[in-house]
Ligand binder design. Structure first.
Ligand SMILES: Cc1ncc(COP(=O)(O)O)c(C=O)c1O
Length: 372
């Protein structure tokens, strides 16, 4: 008999682990698999972290975060996102991924239904299932934008929450304001929560970002420092939500987290004071990649934001087979099955710098040519 809990049966991160394994094993791999932006953490942010260490600001902070950081986040959310909030309805978490788990633990009872648009960021369904939630998938094919009729049809008396991620990982879709207003109306009619993961909010190339939390009070807005500030390894994110949910998350944080890294939090205070300008560089990479993919015969939908394209493998090849063929050209991709219940897609990340992306395009062209 296994010592491992049965809830792990609902959890599978093998496709991601395989990609990470390849990063370690392949000599000089071309990595278009990972969700890491090309920038390095900016100097003023690193210096703030170093200062925190030298000044011995290396002890636990309050479980919900440093008051000055929560103030700065609340100010950002009010002025940039029009989300009515204050420091008391903001909590700091050690990364959005942990934040997602805390949110689910705070709101889900066994059997509660969680609506997830397919394709999705993998933790949304896996974490929900693991803690006893029932995931209801709503396909976004062929456009990668929510089908609002299908969304309404999927709501039952057990629906607790709709999970939204715009700009989207893995499709790059950016939901326009009118779609988000419509989702808010549906959620309000059925009295359900919305989780909105806005970690790619500044990676938008055609459609402006809109925060659903600005119009729908029962929204749990999640964001963090990993992408815009190139701080993936610092592990820091934040959540704003109705007070009872923030209180529940803080209760969980007290014994489940204790405190996010103090060093990362002091660095984040500095990060919020000087914002990087990244959008033009990423738009340029998107504008380079998408026509190249189309020339190779891929049909590209979405790709309006974040730094991903989610495309169907040619010749009805299954995703893992295409990914294996790409590996023969030193190119690392993640098979679509990690992000979708459909198995014919692959995710291409253009977080990497342009020269790497160009090498990746050459390797993809070779992979596709081999199939002819
Ligand atoms: C949609 C989405 N949310 C959250 C995360 C992870 O955020 P964090 O680094 O804060 O855990 C990622 C990382 O790829 C992501 O794509």
């Amino acid at each position: 008999m296994s010592f491992v809990a049965q809830r792990l049966n609902y959890f599978d991160s093998s496709d991601f682990r395989a990609a990470i394994q390849k990063q370690l094993l392949l000599p000089d791999p071309i990595d278009l698999s990972i969700g890491v932006p090309e920038e390095l953490t900016a100097e003023h942010i690193k210096q703030a972290g170093i200062r925190a260490i030298l000044e011995n600001k290396t002890v636990y902070t309050p479980a919900d975060g440093l008051p000055e950081l929560r103030e700065a986040i609340a100010e950002k959310l009010r002025t940039e996102n029009n989300i009515p909030c204050s420091a008391s309805t903001v909590t700091v978490v050690p990364g959005l991924t942990t934040g997602q788990m805390l949110v689910y633990l705070a709101i889900l009872d066994p059997g509660d239904e969680v609506i997830v648009f397919d394709p999705y960021y993998p933790p949304y369904p896996h974490l929900a299932s693991m803690i006893g939630g029932h995931v209801v998938y709503v396909s976004t094919l062929p456009t990668f934008h929510p089908d609002l009729e299908a969304l309404e049809m999927s709501i039952t008396s057990r629906t607790k929450v709709i999970v939204i991620n715009s700009p989207n990982n893995p499709s790059g879709a950016v939901y326009p304001e009118h779609t988000l207003r419509h989702i808010a109306t549906i959620a309000e009619q059925h009295n359900i929560l919305v989780i909105s993961d806005e970690i790619y909010e500044h990676f938008v190339y055609d459609t402006p970002h809109f925060s659903i939390g600005s119009i729908y009070p029962n929204t749990i807005t999640m964001n963090g420092f990993s992408k815009e500030y190139a701080m993936t390894g610092w592990r820091l994110g934040y959540i704003t939500a109705p007070p009872e949910i923030i209180n529940a998350i803080d209760e969980l944080q007290q014994y489940g987290v204790m405190s996010s890294s103090s060093i990362a939090q002091y660095a984040a205070v500095a990060a919020l004071k000087r914002r990087p300008k990244i959008v033009d560089k990423y738009r340029q990479k998107r504008d380079y990649l998408v026509p190249k993919l189309e020339e190779m015969g891929f049909r590209v939908k979405g790709a309006e934001g974040a730094y991903y394209a989610f495309v169907k493998a040619p010749h009805d090849l299954i995703d893992t087979e295409f990914v294996d063929r790409a590996t023969e050209h030193n190119l690392i991709l993640v098979p679509g099955r990690a992000f979708s219940r459909l198995h014919g897609f692959v995710r291409i990340s253009y977080g990497a710098d342009l020269p790497t992306l160009e090498r990746g395009v050459t390797a993809l062209q070779q992979t596709v040519a081999d199939l002819l």
